[in-house]
Design a protein around this ligand. Structure first.
Ligand SMILES: Cc1cc2nc3c(=O)[nH]c(=O)nc-3n(C[C@H](O)[C@H](O)[C@H](O)COP(=O)(O)O)c2cc1C
Length: 449
């Protein structure tokens, strides 16, 4: 854990959970288990499931019993002959998403840079590591919670910034924000969201943990305006993405000439920004192409250097995290520039084809700055077992990206909730079955390969 983790406290006005807040996470009932089955023995059911899950009401699943989701599924099958509407194999959920999405939207989400070498490498690096379980260690009671940069998480999992989610589902980021809030997990909202950051903040509700990701615009006034809006809307942690000053070469999208931003999808935060609008000669409705061109001009600035970070520090009062770090020297530089955290990430293989797998970069980065900076991780994570592997290699917390986007495509908000429940259940089970009670007990010796 980062040494300064306790330094940051989410502002209470943002409604973020305090470190001592209860860790219960209310889940929505999925449609297939809303009906109360006929039974004379609710106590017996409770003993099996650990929760009163079959009473037809919204229920609360405490993080201590994430794994009871599987009992719920089996019991549901026994009593009602119903099976889950979506697969519990989160790697297979991509197929469901593919069927639900247009080829362009599916290609945009699933595609990677170039020939996809880094997309494959991310998975290969996770698959190569194998867990070596330990036995007879009393894992009856477990606590997966962690505090990262002042954000108390019931499990060390957050939702990565994924832009343009309205191409995946009409409710887009609003649905994701609701599902994340119900799970008590932080959502990192992308600058490139389909809804404005204020709309997403409202959807996430009181008590949610709001992080904002910045694609750092060329225009300083627009940058400051967005940061001010984000703080005013209760976002308390800033994630600056460093690896996307230019879009990577993405043949899947290029072959379809498909870039949603050009259709004004995913630029809601710009089109609602007073500083951005001030730079237009005409209102957006009168000259939409000019608005898109203005966006393209300022989307990112490849001339930025480490010195420029001081400007952001001046305009953001909470923790700052740099996303896209893959080299130990860059991690040290982030520390020296006074940053609070980094995300070891290759953007899910979407930027540099042939880039190192993010998991292979993680150990060196942790060696360089672990304990001084919060080290978060993403790229390729699909399952609870993947989360365990990244934690074992020193990540303080793990972000999931495409995994929840596939849930969104397959079932909207309930699809995202399904993904989170499956992932957290498998995470809990893997921690337990490998002989551990908390993420703090996981270390590199857990892994072979
Ligand atoms: C469709 C899509 C859109 C994304 N948009 C953003 C974004 O707006 N900002 C950002 O920092 N990262 C973005 N990412 C990268 C994710 O934050 C994350 O690094 C990546 O999804 C991790 O890889 P994985 O999905 O294979 O786990 C995007 C990823 C995808 C798949």
């Amino acid at each position: 854990m980062a040494a300064d983790a306790e330094r940051w406290r989410a502002p209470s006005s943002a409604g973020a959970s305090s470190p001592d807040a209860p860790q219960a996470a209310p889940w929505l009932a999925t449609s297939h288990n809303r009906q109360a089955p006929e039974t004379n023995s609710p106590r017996a059911l409770r003993r099996i499931t650990g929760n009163s899950i079959l009473d037809g009401k919204d229920r609360t699943v405490s993080p201590e019993s994430y794994s009871s989701f599987q009992n719920e599924i089996y019991l549901q099958g026994l009593l009602t002959e119903q099976v889950p509407e979506l697969t519990t194999d989160l790697q297979a959920l991509e197929d469901t998403a593919r069927q639900a999405l247009s080829p362009s939207a599916y290609g945009y989400v699933a595609g990677g840079a170039g020939g996809g070498a880094t997309v494959r490498a991310n998975r290969e690096a996770l698959d190569r590591r194998r867990v070596v379980p330990r036995m007879l260690r009393d894992v009856g009671t477990r606590d997966l919670s962690r505090t990262v940069l002042g954000t108390r998480m019931p499990a060390p999992v957050a939702l990565a910034p994924v832009g343009v989610l309205s191409i995946v589902h009409p409710d887009g980021e609003l649905a994701v924000a609701r599902a994340a809030a119900k799970a008590g997990l932080p959502m990192v909202l992308s600058t490139a969201s389909s809804y404005t950051l204020e709309e997403v903040a409202e959807a996430s509700g009181e008590g949610s943990s709001r992080w904002f990701q910045l694609y750092w615009p060329k225009d300083r006034e627009v940058t400051v305006s967005m940061l001010q809006r984000a703080e005013a809307a209760g976002y308390h942690t800033l994630v600056i993405t460093l690896d996307t000053w230019l879009l990577g070469w993405r043949p899947t999208d290029l072959d379809r000439a498909y870039l949603p931003f050009l259709q004004r999808t995913g630029i809601a935060n710009y089109l609602s920004d007073p500083a951005f609008l001030a730079g237009l000669d005409k209102p957006v409705e009168e000259d939409p192409l000019a608005a898109v061109a203005h966006w393209a001009d300022m989307f990112a600035d490849p001339t930025k250097t480490w010195q420029d970070l001081a400007f952001i520090r001046e305009h953001w009062s909470g923790p700052i995290v740099l996303k896209g770090v893959l080299h130990a020297d860059d991690a040290r530089r982030a520390r020296d520039e006074g940053m609070d955290g980094i995300v070891v990430s290759n953007h899910g293989g979407r930027q540099v084809d042939g880039a190192v797998a993010a998991l292979d970069a993680l150990p060196e980065v942790v060696d360089a700055v672990g304990g001084e900076l919060a080290v978060l991780f993403d790229s390729g994570v699909r399952t609870g077992a993947d989360v365990v592997k990244a934690l074992a290699l020193g990540a303080d917390s793990v972000l999931i990206g495409r995994t929840y986007a596939y849930g969104l495509a397959s079932g909207g908000e309930e699809g995202v909730t399904h993904v989170l429940r499956c992932l957290l259940a498998e995470l809990d089970l893997t921690v337990a079955l490998s002989g551990h009670r908390s993420p703090d007990e996981l270390g590199p010796d857990l892994l072979a390969g």
